[in-house]
Design a protein around this ligand. Sequence first.
Ligand code: 13P
Length: 250
Amino acid sequence: MARRKIVAGNWKMNMTPSEAVKLCADLKELVKSDEVDVVYCVPAIDIVPVVEAVKGTNVEVGAENMYFEEKGAYTGEISASMLKDAGVKYVIIGHSERRDYFKEDDVLLNRKVKKAIEAGLTPILCCGETLEQREMGVTMDWIRLQIKSDLDGVTADQVKSMVIAYEPIWAIGTGKTATTEQAEEVCRGIRQCIAEVYDDATAEAVRIQYGGSVNAGNAAELFAQPDIDGGLVGGASLKAEFGKIVNYNK
Ligand code: 13P
């Protein structure tokens, strides 16, 4: 069965609650699609108003982070069940900005992935290499390590409904997109890794996005690749251009 494409915006630390509601209204008609799953991953404080703002549309809401504990004395953190109760469907886990600036490691991320699934959220698990790693020729070794550690203890059936986002760190926010060949090569490698750890059916089912300077000009070619099932979009998800990315094939 063909995998359904998924195009998710990662708003990062942008949009106050009132700006968020306005952006939802501005994008509403532009992101309509019967063929593609559309997700806005928004700052925690925007979740409640954005869930309300996209009611009755084709847009689902995602969070950008969560904590793995159920509840308790973790000042400043947000749990998976809080997200679920607020109407969130997806949660980005292990974005390179969190790995780098907030020192999130694979042991922590593995706990987050498992907790998200347990709560009924769909993780969008991010992986990706630095420019130095690419130049050293260890891209696939690094990404396989991230995937295998972050998915430790996750079952094949759980992986089937997950999303993995390949985001080369050197392509994020730099305007420097990976070439279509580079993006497809790694996404294919991730699928092979899933086939080895699990089985072919799981590898065929899991959706793998590309992220890193996706824009209206490059989305169609990237998303046409056999192993690229959509995109995780930063900067371009905050403007009308996002509608063009969602409707890349029109
Ligand atoms: P840009 O699209 O701004 O490069 O960001 C990519 C990204 O990090 C999405 O998670």
